[in-house]
Write a protein that binds this ligand. Structure first.
Ligand code: FAD
Ligand code: 2HG
Ligand code: ZN
Length: 485
């Protein structure tokens, strides 16, 4: 256990003012006084579920400034929460008490890009979409893509080891991140910002910061391998009569599309209906949707359009012609606008859910064959507790990254109520553990799941994680209350 942390004082603010320009320091304690409301957007998380009470937000512009701020916080034992785009879904990006919020928003420059190797070096605060736009004229894409791309930052993506919609094709950030620059809790700058594809010189320290959720240090820059842009991209939405067709469909799709398959995403009927209700992307015709229990979005990314289209058409023929068709219908996008609109439908589920109500989110890895049982089982469980009605739980839905075995189970309620949480936990974690699954496939542990880590990690692993934390952060100032209890 770490010694208790201290609150920020006026003398700390005076000190921060010698490090930062006036516009980079927001504090309700400062003489030029910021109102508490101005800090609301930093203290509240994206879902409106987790809330901190920070008095102070610092927005450094350079790695040196980050280092000097951490040095002070380390000396004075003040907690620090690194904050990127604040789109995290597990309460990791907001304080649990009154820690200083260190926003990376002012560190948003590309440092270098090599169009031959595709290696991009960028400040941690660069927004993912802006990096996609930066590399596009050089015919490259980012190896990661997700619905929050317009707000999330590359540093936040690395800190959460975000998965997203392209993992099936380009792998995880543990593979595509080549180097990091990190400021350690005592202010030391760790320069591992290499641009080498290969570097087997001892322990790969950068890997520890990928997915550490800001508990070991502040990532200030990222070196990442960007793949060449595909010459042709297509997508198709398939409506399935029943969930049990998803697995056989995945097998056929993999086999037939082979090297051009780049995404295989699943949404159940409830998720589809909510996305349509809240105006996310392209809806299918009523006729196409009739009798569909779930939907799959397939994307191809390849080298030659005619070749890819031929393969896709052939796939659709096979699916329709089979003795027992695996799909009811398949709608191929016919234009770049339709292509984007089909993606918007899938990416927009999270947004739609947040418009519908308050969401409990379980981001789990379980065997693909059990996706439906987990969703239906949760619904039945809530029903048996008398919680499935208009005033409590409105919807239970499942969607996610089939290719990665990652199910997003969302429970949409009228409000966050203790009785709903009591019904959901530990129930869902026990279900996950019974499959030897993961209680967090891609969103992290944050503040939400610290108590549940043991469902997916044994004592030996948790013990080693605690030792690593103590070694990097002996005073426990970095993102306290997150990941480890
Ligand atoms: P924040 O939310 O600000 O922070 C997240 C965590 O990282 C916090 O613990 C924070 O302390 C830490 N952190 C942030 N920046 C740094 C830094 N520079 N150094 C050290 N620590 C830092 N996640 C997926 O994996 N796949 C998805 O498909 C996906 N889709 C999403 C869609 C929507 C609409 C939303 C709202 C969220 C989605 N997410 C998804 C969740 C989220 O993890 C990602 O949006 C993203 O990776 C978080 O980045 P951020 O910059 O917003 O980080
Ligand atoms: C996605 O895949 C994201 O859309 C968000 O990871 C999932 O909101 C969620 O539960
Ligand atoms: Zn996801």
């Amino acid at each position: 256990a770490f010694a208790p942390l201290n609150s920020v004082t006026e003398s700390d603010i005076t000190h921060f003012a010698t490090i930062l320009s006036p516009s980079s320091l927001l504090s309700t304690l400062s003489p030029t006084s910021t109102s508490p409301e101005e800090l609301d957007q930093f203290n509240n998380d994206w879902m409106g579920r987790f809330r901190g009470n920070s008095t102070t937000v610092v927005k450094p512009k350079t790695t040196q400034e980050v280092s000097e701020i951490l040095k002070r916080c380390y000396e004075k034992r003040i907690g620090v929460v690194p904050q990127g785009g604040n789109t995290g879904l597990v309460g990791g990006s907001v304080p649990v008490n009154d820690e200083v919020i260190l926003s990376l928003a002012n560190m948003n420059k590309v440092r270098s890009f090599d169009p031959v190797s595709g290696i991009l070096v960028a400040d941690a605060g660069c927004i993912l979409q802006s990096l996609t736009d930066y590399v596009a004229p050089h015919n490259h894409i980012m190896p990661i893509d997700l619905g929050a791309k317009g707000s999330c930052q590359i540093g936040g993506n690395v800190a959460t080891n975000a998965g997203g919609l392209r993992l099936l094709r380009y792998g995880s950030l543990h593979g595509t991140v080549l180097g990091l620059e990190v400021v350690l809790p005592d202010g030391t700058i760790l320069d591992q910002l290499t641009t080498l594809r290969k570097d087997n010189t001892g322990y790969d320290l950068k890997q520890l910061f990928i997915g550490a959720e800001g508990t070991l240090g502040v990532i200030t820059a990222v070196s990442i391998l960007t793949p060449p842009a595909p010459q042709a991209s297509n997508n198709v939405i398939l409506a399935l009569p029943s969930f049990d067709k998803v697995l056989p469909l995945y097998q056929v799709v993999k086999q037939q599309l082979s090297e051009i398959l780049s995404a295989f995403e699943f949404i159940d009927r409830t998720a589809y209906d909510l996305a349509v209700k809240h105006g996310q992307g392209r809806a299918l015709s009523d006729e196409d949707v009739e009798g569909a229990e779930c939907f799959v979005l397939v994307e191809t990314s390849g080298g030659r359009r005619e070749h890819d289209e031929e393969k896709l058409s052939h796939l659709l023929e096979t699916l329709f012609e089979a003795d027992k068709p695996l799909i009811n219908t398949g709608v191929l996008s016919q234009s770049p606008a339709q292509f984007s609109s089909l993606w918007a439908l899938r990416e927009g589920v999270t947004e739609a859910v947040s418009k519908e109500g308050k969401a409990y989110k379980y981001d789990i890895s379980v065997p693909l064959s059990s996706f439906k049982d987990v969703v239906d089982g949760t619904r039945e469980h809530l029903h048996s507790r008398g919680l499935l009605h208009d005033k409590a739980v409105k919807h239970v839905l499942g969607y996610g990254h089939v290719g990665d075995g990652n199910l997003h189970l969302n429970i949409v309620a009228d409000a966050y109520l203790p009785e709903i949480e009591d019904a959901l936990e530990p129930y869902i974690y026990q279900v996950v553990a019974s499959h030897r699954g993961s209680i967090s496939a891609e969103h992290g542990i944050g503040a939400m799941k610290t108590h549940a880590l043991h469902y997916s990690k044994d004592k030996v692993s948790i013990g080693l994680m605690k030792k690593i934390k103590e070694m990097f952060d002996p005073r426990g100032i970095m993102n306290p209350g997150k990941v480890l209890e």
